[in-house]
Design a protein around this ligand. Structure first.
Ligand SMILES: Cc1cc2nc3c(=O)[nH]c(=O)nc-3n(C[C@H](O)[C@H](O)[C@H](O)COP(=O)(O)O)c2cc1C
Length: 306
């Protein structure tokens, strides 16, 4: 019998016991999914996007189905960074899983303040969201302009005692330009992709389905875009990549790793199947084993482009 594949991966100095991380905003703070399985089975959890003050998010309807995906305009509903530290982090700390705090700020200074609080509170890593399409302030405004993305990254790095990963938006002409800007500004890793801006319209009422008119597209429909962007970014920067966008099974995750990701995040797939992340993990192990690898990390960046 072949030896088991080593599933451990290194993401900017943070060792994950397997490459499967939960994508921010699709797993809350883990409490609901913790009723299905032991959260220690996961490599990491990116928690719901945190802001300096609590937010109620956008008005409903804010989720709409699409072919092979969903549109959402949730708009960073969260209890705020202080409540997360007081109430949610102790819950997550019961498990042997890396906790990645996802943050969104209105100003670079606000990103800095949150990084300081979260590092002190002992999260394992900070994911700086500069790519939320569903909020007016901060969010996408930072993620589409290289100089602003760099400024937020520098501020986060100055105020963090843990590795900083910057989450990139696919809603740009050239994602490598932003990736280079944040890498040059000191980012320890990048994660991509966030959702793609989209819209649905009810033809009978002539009203957009979402109350915010537009939203962010995620799910299997976006996988090929994610694979292409991870591949482009891997060719442009020398920092590790957390790949995501449409991962629902091992084969999807393997594509992102071959394109250059060290680890992968699973988001929308959990809504249809809470066990999706565990299936992705087991599927990846099977694929790596069948391909004769002793470590799953052997997949990373080993695509053979024509
Ligand atoms: C309902 C919902 C809420 C999300 N909230 C956040 C968020 O708070 N912060 C963030 O960085 N990304 C957020 N995302 C984006 C996901 O983390 C992920 O980048 C994207 O959905 C692509 O992955 P997927 O196709 O596996 O869902 C959200 C996505 C969805 C569907």
């Amino acid at each position: 019998m072949r030896n088991a594949v080593d599933l451990r991966v290194d993401l900017a100095g943070v060792e994950l016991k397997n490459p499967v991380v939960m994508a921010s905003g699709t797993f809350g703070f883990g409490r609901e999914y913790g009723q299905f399985y032991d959260l220690s089975e996961l490599g990491g959890i990116c928690v719901k996007g945190l802001t300096a003050a609590p937010r109620e998010g956008n008005p409903p309807p804010r989720i709409a189905e699409t072919p092979m995906g969903i549109l959402n305009s949730v708009g960073l509903q969260n209890p705020g960074v202080d409540a997360f530290i007081a109430q949610e982090l102790p819950f997550l700390r019961q498990y042997d899983v890396k906790v990645i705090a996802n943050i969104s700020g209105n100003t670079p200074e606000e990103y800095g303040e949150m990084c300081e609080k979260l590092s002190e509170a002992g999260v394992d890593m900070i994911e700086v969201n500069i790519s939320c399409p569903n909020v007016k302030a901060g969010g996408l405004a930072y993620g589409t302009r290289p100089e602003l993305a760099a400024e937020v990254t520098r501020m986060a790095k100055e105020h963090s005692a843990v590795p900083v990963m910057v989450k990139l938006s696919p809603n740009v002409t050239d994602i490598t330009e932003i990736a280079r800007a944040v890498a040059d500004a000191g980012a320890d890793a990048v994660s991509l992709i966030n959702t793609l801006r989209g819209m649905r319209i009810d033809i009978a009422t002539r009203r957009p389905i979402l109350k915010m008119n537009t939203g962010g597209l995620s799910g299997p429909a976006v996988l090929p875009v994610a694979v292409r962007m991870v591949w482009e970014v891997a060719g442009a920067v020398n920092i590790p990549i957390l790949g995501m966008g449409g991962v629902a099974k091992g084969e999807d995750a393997a594509q992102l790793m071959l394109a250059g990701a060290c680890a992968v995040a699973v988001g929308t797939a959990c809504f249809a199947d809470p066990y999706a992340p565990l299936k992705v993990r087991d599927g990846l192990a099977k694929i790596a084993g069948e391909q004769g690898l002793d470590k799953v990390s052997g997949l990373t960046g080993s695509v053979r482009p024509w």
